[in-house]
Structures are given as structure tokens and as C-alpha cells.
Design a protein. Sequence first.
Length: 146
Amino acid sequence: MSKKNRVEEIFSGQMICLDQFDDTKRSNGHIQIFEKKFMSNMNGWKAENEIHTENEVFNSRFSVFAHDEHNAYYILTPQRMEKIMYFADVMNGQVSFVFRDEKLFVAVRRDSMFDASIDEPVSKQTKNIIEDAEFIQMAKEIFIAS
């Protein structure tokens, strides 16, 4: 297989896109936030500038990359960083985030309803679907500004 047609998996899990993560802000360029334990697969996929916030707890847990440092500080308010840490705590999986324009992309590395198996009982598959719906609802409740 030629390099041009090569398939390379860099993530396995769920990803959702939330429109209008904030009524008043828009990210000019993209900001990537990776849990540090999630970073090993992201080499070559990161923006060029690593950003350090004033929140040491956040910095110890997450790596932030952006093309524009000023934009990263504009988007990553103390309240938003707290929400990111809270979401990571309750999701029980490796998480990453990308802010771009008015969108927030949230990824969680965990099994998904889209990984259904014929060999799993319907009750287990139903439980997975309910957990996935809860993931989407929780992301919306935590991240969409009210």
C-alpha cells in the first residue's frame, strides 16, 4: 500500500461536535487540548505552539497546543478550564478537545455503541447506547454556555 493511501488510526472512541460553545466567543484558529496520557498517539497532529496556562493543576493534567497563543488565552478562561477538568473526571476515559471557530470537538477514548458486537447480549448493548447518550447530554450541559 502506498503512503498516499495508507490508513493510520490515531484515535478510537467517540467524538462529538458542539456548535456555538459560547454565545459571545469564537476561536480564531484551532486550540487542541489533550490529556497528557492521551498524547502518545498525537505526534505529528499537534499545532506548533505549546501553551501553558496560569492554572497549574490544569497544566499538570493537560497539554494545550495552538497556532495563536493570544487566542488560546481568550478561549481558555478559568471557568472553561474547570469545566474541562470536571468533564474529564466524570467521563472515566482519556479525553481531548479542539476549539475551532464556534465549534467545540470533544473526543473520549472508550468503547462506543458503534462498536456493537453480535456476541454481546442485547442488555449490554442497550446499556452502552444509554451511556453514549448520557455522554452526549453531559458534554452539552457542561460545555454549552447558557
